[in-house]
Design a binder for this molecule. Structure first.
Ligand code: GCB
Length: 564
């Protein structure tokens, strides 16, 4: 599914601004995109259902076009009504969906209503803590009772578009540069295009930079290959993008693509044939006052800080972010680990019905993000209960689903299991291309004892490598530090303790030649469900929630400037 923005032949209305929100029969203004939880104190812990309402105007000449509503993301369950008629529904947050309303739009004013509910469910995505039963993971005693550690914002969190196009139109584009030969500067760009039934038989022009091909579509799918000599590859230092433009008689679409290859072996991850070490963070798409949503100035600020600190990557923990994050990463040369909205999966998910939903979510994420050169791997889940016997089949299926969609990138699952304690033996990690683990030595275990924690970490990592013989990526480690708290000698919760733990952990891991990355948890402090361990926020941020550096930020900036 394509977004609409890159098309000069379609008319687009972007429905952002002030909508109405109906709460208990009364209407109040609400900003879209944005979550209700931060806009109104009395709705902070409310789950809905609430009704979002707006109107849009359609000129007579557009009302006969192909028309779709594109929702970049709604959290979480929603029903969509156009002029009183139900036209669509969606049940997963953080991913786009479209509603075809061709023939249902009137010339003049149209009313759009979206009824949204953000109720967490046991075995849902994201998942509530089970009320009873035995389970080994979970964020217990929290409010809302979430099985994960970030605030579950509800509402229309990303923009909504109304798109008017001709019926003969481009539906999707796939770009594959994986067979390129970077050492010879030889770019091999395979392009596959899907068009609507009405466009079959039309002439199509495909332009890649200066090169151009003309074909007549005889089918809904067209495949072409461009061979570019002396190609300019997409490197972190030079993230060059080629415009790929597809033109039909009365439709067109432009994508900025990067030519690059990704590969991996037993020990390393390679970008364009050269080893790449991932320096960066897990983060959240969350900001003070605004909550969760697509806030462009704050995206720019975060990229600016990633560059300032000399990071080269981040993980979209624990759900796919707005697509603009990936546009910026493509443009600025930052690598992204794109994560499905599957956090804290428990045994309550291990059934065929939930598995099907999870597979579908993964397809939808890859479908949206497949053409971004910055996306270096797909993560199918974060910290599932993957020592449970039923996890094996479930995650094997998720791995295969991702691979069917994309063989060119590694597919991973982020595990907190598989530590030396045998009870945590991970039954699913073996299926994945790279071993991704979250480790909190010196924090949750070996509390206040950094040196002993590091010894335990070293043993753990060595055993992991011996067991898996695959590259290891430490996707989380860190410590809470309350900004402004200093202590000598370093004490837990002080800026000094966080700085020492993070620096020593990175220096230790750098000595192992099979470690392909260290991501500090987290980029910035963030809001969580209420919990006795969380004074208002999770304070593991290297930056505060309003993006000011803690001591550790300066340490990382120096450490990462040496090319480490
Ligand atoms: C984790 C989770 C992350 C939490 C973090 C913590 O392992 O993946 O979502 O926020 O630990 O701070 O406890």
């Amino acid at each position: 599914m394509l977004r609409s923005q890159r098309n000069a032949r379609r008319q687009i209305q972007v429905l952002i601004g002030i909508w109405s929100l109906e709460v208990n029969g009364e209407e109040r203004p609400i900003a879209v995109p944005g979550s209700w939880n931060e806009q109104y104190q009395d709705l902070c812990y409310e789950k809905g259902p609430f009704t979002y309402k707006t109107t849009f105007y359609v000129p007579e000449e557009l009302s006969q076009k192909h028309i779709r509503l594109y929702f970049a993301a709604v959290n979480t369950d929603c029903d969509v009504f156009l002029n009183g008629e139900k036209v669509g529904e969606n049940h997963i947050g953080y991913l786009p969906f479209e509603v075809d309303v061709t023939g249902k739009v009137k010339p003049g004013e149209n009313e759009l209503r979206v009824v949204v509910e953000n109720r967490l469910k046991v075995g849902g995505f994201p998942s509530k803590v089970p009320d009873s039963g035995t389970h080994t993971v979970g964020f217990f005693g929290s409010f809302p009772p979430a099985n994960f550690d970030f605030f579950p914002y509800g509402g229309i969190i990303r923009p909504v578009l109304v798109e008017f196009s001709n019926h003969a139109r481009i539906l999707d584009i796939w770009v594959d540069t994986s067979e390129s030969e970077p050492e010879k500067k030889l770019g091999k760009v395979k392009v596959k295009i899907e068009v609507s039934e009405e466009a079959v038989g039309q002439e199509m022009t495909i332009k890649l930079g200066e090169a151009e091909k003309k074909v007549r579509t005889s089918d809904r799918f067209v495949e072409e290959e461009f061979i570019l000599e002396n190609a300019r590859f997409w490197y972190l230092e030079d993230p060059y993008l080629y415009p790929l433009k597809v033109e039909l008689e009365r439709d067109e679409y432009t994508l900025d693509i990067g030519i690059r290859t990704i590969s991996w072996d037993e020990k390393k991850l390679y970008l364009n044939g050269k080893p790449v070490f991932l320096k960066g963070f897990g983060k959240h798409e969350e900001f003070p006052v605004l909550g969760q949503g697509t806030f462009y100035p704050l995206m720019i600020k975060d990229f600016n800080l990633l560059k300032w600190i000399n990071a080269n990557s981040f993980r979209t923990s624990h759900y796919p972010y707005s697509e603009e994050w990936l546009d910026l990463a493509d443009r600025l040369g930052i690598l992204v680990i794109d994560e499905a909205p599957h956090v804290g999966i428990t045994r309550y998910h291990y059934n065929p019905e939930t598995q099907k939903i999870a597979e579908d979510n993964i397809r939808r994420m890859i479908d949206r993000d497949k053409n971004h050169p910055s996306v270096i791997m797909w993560s199918v889940a974060n910290e599932p209960e993957s020592n449970h016997p039923d996890a094996e089949g479930f995650f094997k299926a998720l791995y295969e689903t991702a691979k069917e969609m994309d063989r060119t990138r590694p597919v991973v699952m982020v595990s907190m299991m598989d530590a030396p304690d045998k009870r945590t033996r991970d039954v699913a990690l073996k299926y994945f291309d790279i071993v991704c683990v979250n480790r909190y030595y010196g924090w949750y275990i070996y509390q206040g004892r950094i040196e002993e924690g590091l010894q335990a970490l070293e043993k753990d990592i060595e055993e992991l490598y011996a067991r898996h013989r695959k590259p290891i990526f430490v996707t989380e480690f860190g410590a809470d530090a309350i900004a402004g708290i200093h202590y000598d000698p370093p004490q837990m919760f002080s800026e000094e303790y966080q700085a020492e733990l993070v620096e020593k952990t990175i220096r230790l891991l750098l000595k192992k030649d099979y470690i392909i990355g260290t991501h500090v948890w987290a980029f910035a402090d963030f809001k969580t469900p209420q919990n006795v361990r969380r004074p208002i926020l999770n304070h593991k941020g290297v930056f505060t929630r309003d993006r000011q550096p803690k001591l550790v930020a300066h340490v990382l900036r120096r450490l990462w400037s040496d090319g480490d």
